[in-house]
Design a protein around this ligand. Structure first.
Ligand code: TYD
Length: 138
């Protein structure tokens, strides 16, 4: 999506069922998450000081959750930049297509859970920032 903006990305509050025995948060297709989930992956054991991401997607939509710990997600639409701190397992950051993202400042033991609207497809990636800016300006 060429004309998407960082302002189309937002934090979604997921429900949290609290029990004395602990908490549970549930995410269902087209309910809490506004797309059909086709793939789930998670990042973990990210060494301190490392960053992940550093790419954009043409069509893929994602919901990013800090299932444990915390990290920062920096978003860039080629014009505007914003960043979100993810540190609650009952919140998810919805990232629309056409947004450059960098994930940084992973706390020790953090888990970045990603729900994705498509299966893995390398052709959907833009991995060069200059190429991304050209794509957005076309
Ligand atoms: P990449 O998306 O570049 O990771 P990140 O943006 O989190 O830094 O993926 C890292 C590697 O994992 C790359 O070689 C592609 C592979 N990969 C898959 O095979 N399937 C997937 O679903 C994902 C997300 C990555």
């Amino acid at each position: 999506m060429k004309n998407s903006s960082v302002y189309d990305c937002s934090m979604i509050e997921l429900d949290k069922h609290h029990r004395d025995r602990g908490n549970i948060t549930v995410i269902e297709n087209n309910n809490e998450v506004p797309f059909d989930v086709k793939r789930i992956y998670y990042l973990y054991d990210v060494p301190g000081g490392e960053s992940r991401g550093g790419h954009a997607h043409k069509e893929l939509r994602q919901l990013i959750v800090a299932a444990s710990g915390s990290f920062i997600v920096k978003l860039d639409d080629g014009t505007n930049q914003t960043s979100f701190t993810l540190n609650r397992p009952y919140q998810g950051l919805l990232v629309v297509p056409g947004i450059w993202r960098e994930l940084e400042d992973f706390s020790s033991g953090s888990v970045c859970l990603v729900l994705a609207s498509e299966k893995y497809n390398e052709n959907d990636y833009i991995r060069e920032y200059n190429e991304f800016v050209n794509y957005k300006n076309k």
